[in-house]
Design a binder for this molecule. Structure first.
Ligand SMILES: NC(=O)c1ccc[n+]([C@@H]2O[C@H](COP(=O)([O-])OP(=O)(O)OC[C@H]3O[C@@H](n4cnc5c(N)ncnc54)[C@H](O)[C@@H]3O)[C@@H](O)[C@H]2O)c1
Length: 434
């Protein structure tokens, strides 16, 4: 099948490449000329494990191309996939300007029947609006569909090639049949391809993210209580995770959720509620807990080292989670700004996120260190923000010998409180007791 994927970011590039990998002919299109020029030379704009090999292989075998010319992409495509960003607008709702701009462009470029699919995360009613846009700008018969994406950064290739399920929403049976064919080689292990209306598909994506974010904020809320009642939140996690109705996943207390999806999607869902005159009280609370949770690391740091003015703090991990360079809404951002604004300096190490982090962090007061242990030298404390494997497996004796004060604030609960206490550290995790 011939495809055009518009928007070559974390979702579009992974989707386009994986569709090529399973045998489709794909043109990936983006307005960012630098991105496309880099991709044509085999340079990926993002860090995503395993993606570079797949891009190279499929470019070489001729199934994957890159262009800035949307018309060229749409010319032969049977399916056009919109995968552009939908960031938060000022009021928290999803900014759909890129989705609608691309919709209009595809509408004008299409010279016959196409299935036009929104893979971007968009609020209920967006497909209906795109149908109107196509009526206005396209002379041809075109079917619109919603196909939300559920991949996780860091394991995006695997998630795309072996999805838990695929959701396709359209009013057209023909479009649903086309999308079922498109996904057959991806769903070869009998993963369900769920057909529904576009409005249900759009809402299912927000519901999934809201449920996942709820689990995180729930555990963070409990962790904060645990600190007051001398209970280790890890015991609570274990205690509830064997209950089949709850399950073991996404029950980790930490520094608050970040990334390009949860924060903006939670806000957008709340706005959808307001638009339909309904207060999603649980979802609002999830957001509130998360905003407060992101302040915890700095609060814990000052509890142990006092005023950070003139102090040097080591930070391990910048990206919002391991195995990605995505810095959007990462808890490291408010932490580092708080330290620098209070007169401290920071030595940071992250395996891949320096380039994406630099524009979001203070211009002065932050030193980027290529090696994790070098970031500890002479520091008054270590704050662990991202649970990269290299930090989990750290030589803690070495950590202690390099730090000026043996203080660790563990925003991801990757160390044993008892072990660190026995080693002479002042250790503070999230909801831990020792
Ligand atoms: N990142 C994730 O983990 C993830 C997972 C599931 C769903 N989503 C959703 O997928 C969508 C895309 O997310 P992302 O993380 O890939 O975003 P991104 O910012 O990484 O990529 C978006 C791309 O779209 C391009 N673009 C913007 N306007 C364009 C236009 N008019 N024409 C062509 N290209 C244009 C940008 O240059 C950029 O390369 C969002 O709605 C997001 O919520 C993201």
């Amino acid at each position: 099948m011939k495809l055009c994927v518009v928007g070559t970011g974390y979702v579009g590039l992974v989707a386009g490449t994986c569709f090529a990998e399973v045998g489709h002919d794909v043109i990936c299109c983006d307005i960012d000329e630098q991105k496309i020029a880099g991709l044509r030379k085999g340079k990926l704009p993002i860090y995503e494990p395993g993606l570079d090999e797949l891009v190279l292989r499929n470019v070489e075998n001729g199934r994957l191309q890159f262009t800035t010319d949307l018309k060229e992409g749409v010319a032969d495509a049977e399916v056009c996939i919109i995968a552009v960003g939908t960031p938060s607008a000022a009021d928290g709702s999803a900014d759909l300007s890129a989705v609608f701009a691309v919709g209009r462009e595809i509408a004008k470029a299409a010279d016959g029947y196409r299935v036009v699919v929104t893979k971007s995360t968009v609020p209920v009613g967006t497909c209906d609006k795109l149908i109107e846009i196509f009526k206005e700008h396209c002379e041809h018969d075109v079917d619109l569909a919603s196909n939300p994406e559920f991949l996780r950064e860091g394991v995006a290739v695997q998630d795309f090639l072996v999805p838990d399920r695929v959701i396709i929403g359209s009013y057209s049976e023909k479009a649903l049949d086309t999308l079922t064919e498109l996904y057959k080689p991806v769903c070869k292990e009998n993963q369900p391809i769920l057909r529904m209306t576009p409005r249900a598909a759009e809402t299912a994506k927000y519901a999934a993210n809201a449920m996942l974010a709820t689990k995180i904020s729930f555990m963070n809320d409990l962790a904060n209580l645990c600190e007051k009642i001398d209970v280790d939140v890890e015991m609570i996690r274990e205690g509830i995770s064997y209950d089949h109705r709850i399950g073991p996943h996404f029950l980790y207390a930490g520094a608050g959720y970040g990334g390009s999806c949860f924060p903006k999607d939670i806000k957008a869902l709340v706005q959808v509620g307001h638009q339909y005159d309904y207060n999603l009280r649980i979802v609002e609370a999830v957001e509130l807990v998360n905003v407060e949770q992101k302040k915890r690391l700095f609060q814990k740091l000052t509890k142990h080292v006092g005023d950070v003015k003139g102090k040097n703090i080591a930070v391990w991990g910048l990206a919002f989670k391991p195995e990605t360079d995505d810095m959007r809404e990462a808890p490291s951002i408010p932490l580092i700004h708080s330290i620098v604004e209070a007169g401290g300096t920071v030595q940071v190490h992250d395996p891949v996120a320096f380039e994406t982090a630099k524009p979001l962090l203070p211009k002065e007061g932050v030193t980027y260190v290529d090696e994790p242990y070098a970031a500890l030298e002479g520091a008054d404390a270590l704050v662990v923000v991202t649970e990269w494997k290299v930090f989990r497996q750290a030589d803690l004796e070495k950590v202690k010998s390099l730090l000026k004060q043996a203080v660790i604030v563990d925003g991801r609960n990757i160390y044993s409180p008892q072990q660190l206490k026995d080693m002479g550290f002042v250790y503070d995790g999230i909801g831990r007791s020792a």
